[in-house]
Ligand binder design. Structure first.
Ligand code: FE2
Ligand code: FE2
Length: 500
């Protein structure tokens, strides 16, 4: 029964289109999607070759990277030109049994490729809204005869599915580009707040992703992580977390963020002014004493005045020495033992205020606290303020409605200053609570902080020394030793590809 056979064949082909439609929806890569559509189209209408042209509305052109028989070079031509251009413009299918008999046919491509076009079926790919997204063109029906009405119907049905899938992918790409742009803008915001850390976010992202990529190749060196691998989505999640990990610095006061020495520059100027006043007072006193000597003991005046000058010189040296000592305490170096005794001694000295005539200490309480910082340049309060950047980062990232595949970004970033021993901040998490991506980022963050020559008062540490410092941290159980081994053996800093 030929009628039944024909019906069965039609059902089979329609079923085939449904299968293809399912595959198309799942594809996220535009190039692969276009190839898939072209293959399906050739199969459905039994064509020798198929091409797919997309409409570029901005340029009023059609373009293609997928035309069977002409390689993968990009082809572009104006809307309305040739058969595909006409179909795109008119939104009406064209079915030509004999190409060379049709004036719209351009034989140029045949000449170029040595192909002989006979029959052509060209249909618009319409979106659900009826807009032409592109054109599907089938060449040379296999076997006898031209393309049939049924072919036209089937190819149009496939074109509709393809248009929906293409729109999906393009929308997906737009969302990704939008998000990428937003992340980049945020990085600019962080780095303009703290210009001394310029490039840090990008470098931490590069190293973190580089470490993630090196892990599956590391085999036995990966230790407990042997066989572990981040999926593409997890890799992107780690990358965004790394790019944004220090965003919370925008919530930390700028002078604390860029503080180079223990006293702020204006605080140091006040202190300098005090020492200068003191010296001026000593000089004035000496002059007064000299006048007194001249009046009261003119005979011994010369010897007594020389004595006064000598005392003044000694006092000058003493005060200058004290100020130089204060200057040395102001720098963020590690201070030797006994330093604080001398600071205390100086603080206990007093001078008379030239305005209120009150006796005041040489160094105020808050100045002593700042100058006595044992390591670095930050007081306890300032250190806590800087540390709060992690919590600010987390709060900021939590505001973003992350997609399902990126929902762990805030958590990954939240843990970047935690230590596996529980000695990190802000939550003092312990080993089991710290995820693999966070551990990767922590190593990358420490490495970059050590090796970047980004601060005028901080010397960059060479790679080997940075590895040693990280090695010590791993020995103390603070950072992940297995990941550090992979980081070093795979030479992640030297080999990881640059951030896009
Ligand atoms: Fe940080
Ligand atoms: Fe950082």
């Amino acid at each position: 029964m030929p009628a039944v056979d024909g019906l069965q064949e039609r059902v089979r082909k329609l079923g085939g289109i449904l299968d293809v439609a399912k595959a198309l929806v799942a594809e996220r890569d535009l190039d692969r999607l276009l190839k898939l559509i072209v293959l399906a189209a050739s199969r459905v209408v039994e064509a020798d070759r198929c091409s797919l042209f997309l409409v570029d509305r901005a340029r009023n052109e059609l373009w293609s990277k997928v035309a069977q028989g002409v390689g993968t070079r990009e082809i572009r031509f104006p809307m309305g030109k040739g058969i595909a251009g006409t179909v795109a413009q008119t939104n009406v299918p064209v079915n030509i049994p004999e190409a060379y008999a049709d004036p719209r046919f351009n034989a140029g491509v045949d000449k170029e490729t040595g192909y002989r076009t006979k029959s052509i079926l060209c249909v618009p790919m319409r979106s659900l809204e009826g807009e032409v997204v592109g054109v599907l063109q089938a060449l040379n029906k296999r076997g006898e005869g031209p393309f049939t009405d049924e072919d036209e119907e089937l190819l149009s049905a496939l074109g509709g599915q393809a248009a929906a899938a293409i729109n999906n992918v393009l929308l997906h790409q737009e969302i990704e580009q939008l998000f990428e742009g937003f992340v980049r803008a945020s990085v600019v915001a962080i780095e303009s707040r703290d210009p001394t850390t310029a490039g840090h976010s990008g470098r931490v992202a590069r190293l973190s992703v580089g470490l993630a990529d090196a892990l599956p190749r590391a085999e036995s060196a990966a230790g407990k992580w042997r066989g572990a691998q981040l999926s593409n989505d997890e890799r992107q999640e780690l990358r965004y977390a790394a790019l944004l990990h220090d965003f919370g610095k925008v919530g930390v006061r700028e002078n604390v963020l860029v503080k180079a020495n223990k006293l702020e520059p204006d605080e140091l100027e006040i202190l300098r002014g005090r020492f200068e006043t003191l010296l001026a007072q000593e000089e004035l006193n000496a002059e007064r004493r000299k006048v007194q000597v001249l009046l009261e003991k003119p005979k011994k005046a010369k010897a007594l005045m020389a004595e006064i000058d000598g005392q003044l010189d000694a006092r000058r040296r003493e005060l200058t020495g004290m100020f130089e000592f204060v200057l040395s305490c102001n720098r963020p170096t590690i201070l030797p033992e006994g330093t604080f005794d001398r600071l205390g001694d100086i603080a206990r000295l007093t001078y008379e205020s030239p305005i209120s005539r009150e006796m005041r200490p040489f160094l105020r309480e808050d100045e002593v606290v700042k100058l006595s910082i044992r390591k670095g340049s930050l007081t306890e309060t300032e250190r806590r303020e800087i540390e709060s950047h992690v919590t600010h980062t987390f709060r900021f990232l939590q505001q973003i409605p992350w997609t399902r595949t990126l929902k762990r970004v805030p958590d990954i970033a939240y843990g970047h200053h935690e230590k596996l021993t529980g000695g990190g901040y802000p939550r003092s998490l312990k080993e089991p609570q710290i995820s693999l991506p966070t551990r990767m980022m922590t190593i990358s963050d420490i490495y970059d902080a050590l090796t970047a020559s980004d601060r005028p008062y901080k010397r960059a540490v060479p790679k080997e020394k940075a590895y040693d410092i990280l090695g010590d941290e791993a020995k103390r159980g603070e950072v992940d030793g297995d990941l550090l081994r992979v980081f070093i053996q795979a030479d992640v800093p030297g080999r990881a590809p640059e951030e896009p």
